[in-house]
Ligand binder design. Structure first.
Ligand code: KG4
Ligand code: ZN
Length: 343
């Protein structure tokens, strides 16, 4: 069975083809991705209307590119999957509309996928896939959650952010440091040259017994620190502040993940979402995994941020596990707000 998947929830258009053979792990045949980041940079953030229009321009060429790279034809597509939510309504509607129109033209069923389930299952596309059950740390631009995952479709929320997401904390701090948007990778790069202990930044909720996060105070602390540094802080001070910001975010993510593993009694951690590409976070988690004897799995670096492969993969795993049925119902809707536990 071949599944063609579409992702268009925010500022990346992604298409992928995944093949499913009974009894085997689904296989990624090809994927194509277009990032709108450059277009939105001029505005300092994603402009929803521009995002939707650009998805319209990119989606069909990316589908052709994916099929050509896989050496497959449209006639070989058995199911068309798409991101149903959460995300920007207009952007989601482009992917959903194209997927359902294509499926209707082919006479094939469709399946709407939860974007976070795509992230959550993306490590199954890696060379070192996890096994169920595990604790998942989902860290993206819009979400920060710890979940207990017992199988496909069996997700229990253990804790989440009460305000900003980890990626948002990276992005907002990066913006204050004049690093553009989205600044996560730029901040991480600058942090390599700085001292992570130079500035004492808050680690809210770190010592609370629950598994919730709070990152909104961090950007305020970065702002206050920058004000103290004056109008044009030197390169060294900026690098120190970047390193201290990253250290604060990483420490909270690390300690709460360890707490979640302890509370659940599980010995496997899966990290997913854009912030999962952060090298410092990976180093700290890998070190802790050795010390505390647990396994940690990540998506491939290039599949940490949004892409079509994770959507086609999530659809494949849902169908394979019997958790979902693809239906020839071409009346589609999208869910800009959607809890994963309700998917
Ligand atoms: O998962 P994703 O592509 O989008 C959402 O679903 O939200 O994640 C994007 C987020 C952005 O906030 C970006 O700054 C952050 O992931 N990010 C990083 C790194 N790469 C991407 N944050 C820290 N370090 C990185 N290397
Ligand atoms: Zn995402």
């Amino acid at each position: 069975m071949n599944i063609l998947g579409f992702e268009s929830s925010c500022d990346e258009t992604g298409v992928a083809l995944v093949s499913v053979t009974p009894g085997q792990r689904p296989m990624l045949r090809a994927h194509a991705l277009y990032s709108q980041v450059q277009m939105h940079q001029a505005y300092g953030g994603v402009v929803p209307e521009l995002a939707s229009r650009d998805h319209v321009r990119r989606v069909l060429p990316l589908a052709s590119e994916t099929l050509a790279a896989a050496g497959a034809s449209l006639a070989e597509v058995d199911v068309v999957a798409f991101t149903r939510g959460p995300g920007l309504a207009g952007a989601l509607l482009v992917g959903a509309g194209v997927a359902c129109a294509l499926a209707a033209a082919l006479g094939r069923p469709t399946l709407g996928v939860h974007h976070l389930e795509g992230h959550l299952l993306s490590p199954f596309l890696s060379a070192d896939p996890p096994e169920f059950p595990f604790v998942a740390l989902l860290v993206s631009g819009g979400h920060t959650q710890l979940m207990r995952v017992d199988g496909v479709g069996h997700y229990q929320l253990l804790g989440e952010t009460i305000d900003d997401a980890a990626g948002e904390a990276f992005d907002k701090s990066a913006k204050l440091l004049g690093l553009g948007y989205p600044g996560g990778t730029a901040l991480a790069r600058l942090a390599e040259f700085g001292n992570p202990q130079a500035f004492e930044l808050p680690r809210p909720l770190l010592h609370q017994p629950n598994l919730d996060f709070s990152f909104a105070g961090l950007k305020t602390a970065v702002m206050t620190t920058l004000k103290k540094l004056g109008d044009s802080p030197c390169d060294e001070a900026r690098a120190d502040l970047a390193a201290s910001t990253q250290a604060a975010i990483v420490e909270v993510l690390l300690k709460k993940s360890l707490k979640a593993l302890k509370a659940s009694g599980l010995q496997r951690l899966v990290v997913a979402g854009g912030v999962g590409a952060n090298r410092s976070l990976r180093e700290q988690l890998n070190g802790a995994a050795e010390r505390h004897h647990f396994r940690v799995h990540y998506p491939e670096f290039h599949l940490c941020t949004d892409n079509g492969a994770m959507i086609a993969m999530a659809a494949a795993m849902r169908l394979q596990s019997g958790m979902a049925l693809a239906t020839p119902d071409y009346r589609f809707d999208v869910r800009p707000r959607w809890e994963l536990s309700a998917a």
